[in-house]
Design a protein around this ligand. Structure first.
Ligand SMILES: [Zn+2]
Length: 226
C-alpha cells in the first residue's frame, strides 16, 4: 500500500479518538452535574462548596472538574471544565476549583476514576472533634461493606484528618504521600472543612460518599445523643 493510501485512515482514527474523548467528557459531565445537584439537596454541598471530578483519560491525564464559584444546587453539564495534568483548562470556560491539586494528587496516588469532595455538617464537625487523634475510626457497622474491598461489618475504617490549609500544593503532597503509604484508606477529612473520597468510577465514588457520610452522621449523632 502506498503512503497516500494510508493517510485518510490515519486521519480518521485520530478524529475518532477525539470524538470518543469528547463523548466521554460529556457523559462524565452529565453524571457529575447530577451528583452535585443530588449532594446539594442532601445538605452535603451547600452554596458553592465542595467539588467533583472524574478521569476523562489516563494517558494523557485529563479530568472533568467543577469550575470554582458555582452553586452546586444548579450545576449543569456544560459548566464543567476539562483540565490536563498541570491543571490547565483545555475545554470549557472558567477557573478550575481551588482544590484541583488535591483531585490530581488522589488520581495519581490511587489511580482513581473519580474524586468527590463534600462540605457536610458531620464531616466538618467530626474532623474538628477528632483532630487531636489524627483520624476518625469507623467500625462494627454493616454499612462499611459499601466500601470497596470490605466484606464484613467487623472492618475498622480509618479516616485520616489533615489540618486545613490554603496552600493546596503542600496539602496535596501530604495527601499523596499518605495515600501511597496506606492503601487501605478510602477517604480523608480536612479539619473544619470536609470529606474527600474517590472510586474506580463515578458510581463507586458516589457510593463511598454515601457510606462515609452515613457513618459520620451515625458517629456524630451517637456522641451527641441525637
Ligand atoms: Zn473544600
Amino acid at each position: 500500500m502506498t503512503d497516500a493510501g494510508k493517510r485518510p485512515e490515519k486521519r480518521f482514527s485520530r478524529r475518532s479518538r477525539r470524538d470518543e474523548s469528547s463523548a466521554r467528557f460529556e457523559d462524565l459531565a452529565v453524571g457529575l452535574a447530577e451528583i452535585g445537584r443530588n449532594f446539594y439537596r442532601r445538605g452535603w454541598m451547600f452554596g458553592t462548596s465542595g467539588n467533583l471530578s472524574a478521569v476523562v483519560s489516563e494517558k494523557p491525564l485529563r479530568l472533568a472538574i467543577t469550575p470554582t464559584g458555582l452553586d452546586k444546587g444548579a450545576l449543569a453539564p456544560e459548566q464543567f471544565l476539562e483540565i490536563d495534568e498541570a491543571a490547565r483548562v483545555i475545554r470549557g470556560k472558567g477557573l478550575p476549583s481551588a482544590e484541583t491539586g488535591l483531585h490530581l494528587a488522589i488520581v495519581r496516588a490511587r489511580g482513581a476514576g473519580a474524586v468527590l469532595h463534600t462540605h457536610s455538617l458531620w464531616s466538618t464537625l467530626l474532623s474538628d472533634s477528632f483532630a487531636a487523634e489524627g483520624a476518625v475510626l469507623l467500625e462494627g457497622f454493616e454499612m462499611l461493606k459499601g466500601l470497596r474491598g470490605v466484606t464484613t461489618h467487623e472492618h475498622r475504617e480509618m479516616l485520616p484528618i489533615f489540618e486545613n490549609s490554603q496552600d493546596i500544593a503542600r496539602l496535596a503532597e501530604r495527601v499523596q504521600s499518605l495515600l501511597r503509604s496506606d492503601p487501605a484508606v478510602h477517604g480523608f477529612l480536612l479539619r473544619r472543612h470536609g470529606l474527600y473520597t474517590w472510586g474506580k468510577d463515578l458510581a463507586e465514588a458516589k457510593r463511598h460518599v454515601e457510606v462515609l457520610e452515613f457513618l459520620l452522621e451515625i458517629l456524630g449523632r451517637s456522641r451527641n445523643g441525637v
